[in-house]
Each structure stands twice: as structure tokens, then as C-alpha cells.
Design a protein around this ligand. Structure first.
Ligand SMILES: Nc1ncnc2c1ncn2[C@@H]1O[C@H](COP(=O)(O)OP(=O)(O)O)[C@@H](O)[C@H]1O
Ligand SMILES: [Mg+2]
Length: 246
């Protein structure tokens, strides 16, 4: 069973938000082909894998042929998101133990979506990712897919995402609201800039809807509550004053 909201609940506002990101990526496509896309963030658990899985589903729903490749060779999770086995994957292809066709999964729910999981976790992820073989492998996939999404480890901690960005056409930067401070996000962006990454945009993840202007009713009721509270305080002060004067 997968945990992907764009599959389980395509009409939800969250799935709609992913379609909005999809449209933005399509618009970045005007002058330069944007086919290989990486997703990264400053640190762990900001939602990179969640965002990449939902984006991939969103593109596949347009009848585009889409591949997700797990480039997080340290803490792979794409297989879990789609409920797939991770016995064979990227590392097998790179070590020429198995070929791509033997390792790639088709997904049950979305027929245009393929997934290549990590495979066995290697002792030398950065070396593997920076190898000529990896670069050539990703290039060789371009003719078979409309979009290739590559999941990565956090760029604020290790260099892997910077390496991956050099063979992508663009990177999506995920920032988790309340989990990273502005300096961490800035350092991560500087690291992407330093390797010449084409940053397509930033996704603000885990943002609490009640703070958003769109959630008018929540906002209204909060205002109403606090006005009620200050009214009580005013009455208390008035009574105190009356008591002092009597
Ligand atoms: N918008 C969100 N709201 C709530 N939980 C989220 C959101 N995005 C991701 N998560 C949860 O946060 C955890 C980390 O997400 P994950 O995508 O694995 O992060 P990363 O790949 O950056 O390490 C997961 O349990 C995921 O379900
Ligand atoms: Mg992840």
C-alpha cells in the first residue's frame, strides 16, 4: 500500500497544490528542456521524498511517462512510499549486476509511472553518484521518459545532492516550515549555486494552514476569540478601578 496523497486522494487541496507546482515546472520548460529534475532540502525529514513522489504522480496523471529514481543512497525511502521491494535498484545497475529493465518497477496505481529504487546501500554513495557510469546511465534514460525525478539526501549535510544536480536540468528545493532556520536554508541554496544548479523553485512544506490567509474562517474565529479575551481584561480593570475608588 502506498502513502501518496496524490494517488489516494487526488481531489484533496494538497493534491491540487502539487498540480500547481507541476504547472510551474511546465512553465519553466519554455526555453530549455526540463526533463531530469532533482529534489533536495537542507536537512533530513523536510519532505523531499514525499514531494518527489507526489510530483511524479501528478506528472504521470498527464499521461507523461515518468521515472522516479532513488538517488538517496544513504537513507533510501522511495520504495517504502510506493510499497515496493528494494532488493534490486540503482546500485545493481551501476555495478552491472542487473540491467535496468530487470530492476525497474511499474506501479499498480499509475500506469505511466516507473520507479527505480536504491537497491543495496553502498559503502561509497558519493563516489557512485559522481561516477561517469551514473551520469551516462541517467543520460541514457532520457530517451525513454518524459520526466525523470531523482530523490537526494539533504544538501546541508552531505554533497550528494550537489553532485546529482550536475546531471539534472533543474532542482526543486524543499523548505520545511518551522523546521529549518533561514541560515540553514541559505547555506543549502549557496551549495546548490556553487555547483551551478538550476533551481526551479522552492516548495514550502509542512506549512500550517491556520496561519494562511486562505483559511479565512479559522482566522476569523481566532480574532473573535482574542477580542473576547481582551474585553474580559477591560472589564476586570474597570472593576478594580471602581473598587479602589469606593
Ligand atoms: N506536508 C507534510 N505534512 C505532514 N507530514 C509530512 C509532510 N511532508 C512530509 N511529511 C512527513 O514527514 C516525514 C519525512 O518526510 P520525507 O518525505 O521522508 O522527508 P525527507 O525525504 O526530506 O527526509 C514523513 O513521515 C512524511 O510522511
Ligand atoms: Mg527522503
Amino acid at each position: 500500500m502506498n502513502k501518496i496523497i496524490s494517488i489516494n486522494s487526488p481531489k484533496s487541496p494538497i493534491s491540487e497544490a502539487y498540480r500547481g507546482i507541476r504547472t510551474n515546472i511546465e512553465f519553466s520548460n519554455l526555453d530549455k528542456e526540463i526533463k531530469v529534475i532533482g529534489v533536495t532540502s537542507s536537512k533530513q525529514s523536510e519532505g523531499k521524498s514525499t514531494v518527489i513522489a507526489n510530483l511524479a504522480v501528478s506528472f504521470a496523471a498527464l499521461e507523461k511517462k515518468v521515472l522516479i529514481l532513488d538517488g538517496d543512497l544513504r537513507n533510501p525511502s522511495v520504495h517504502r512510499m510506493f510499497g515496493l521491494s528494494n532488493i534490486h535498484g540503482v546500485t545493481d545497475v551501476l555495478l552491472e549486476k542487473h540491467n535496468f529493465v530487470d530492476c525497474v518497477h511499474s506501479t499498480e496505481d499509475i500506469n505511466k509511472l516507473n520507479v527505480l529504487t536504491c537497491g543495496q546501500i553502498p559503502p561509497n554513495p558519493s563516489e557512485m553518484l559522481s561516477s561517469k557510469r551514473m551520469r551516462n546511465f541517467v543520460d541514457s534514460l532520457r530517451e525513454y521518459y518524459d520526466y525523470i525525478f531523482i530523490d537526494t539526501p539533504p544538501i546541508g549535510i552531505i554533497t550528494d545532492a550537489g553532485i546529482i544536480s550536475t546531471y539534472t536540468d533543474g532542482m526543486v528545493f524543499v523548505v520545511s516550515s518551522n523546521e529549518v532556520d533561514i541560515n540553514q536554508a541559505k547555506i543549502a541554496k549557496e551549495r546548490l549555486d556553487a555547483v551551478g544548479a538550476n533551481i526551479l523553485g522552492t516548495v514550502l512544506n509542512k506549512f500550517e494552514a491556520k496561519r494562511s490567509g486562505n483559511d479565512y474562517y479559522n482566522y476569523y474565529y481566532e480574532e473573535h476569540d482574542s477580542r473576547g479575551k481582551s474585553e474580559k481584561r477591560k472589564n476586570k480593570r474597570k472593576k478594580k478601578k471602581e473598587k479602589a475608588m469606593s
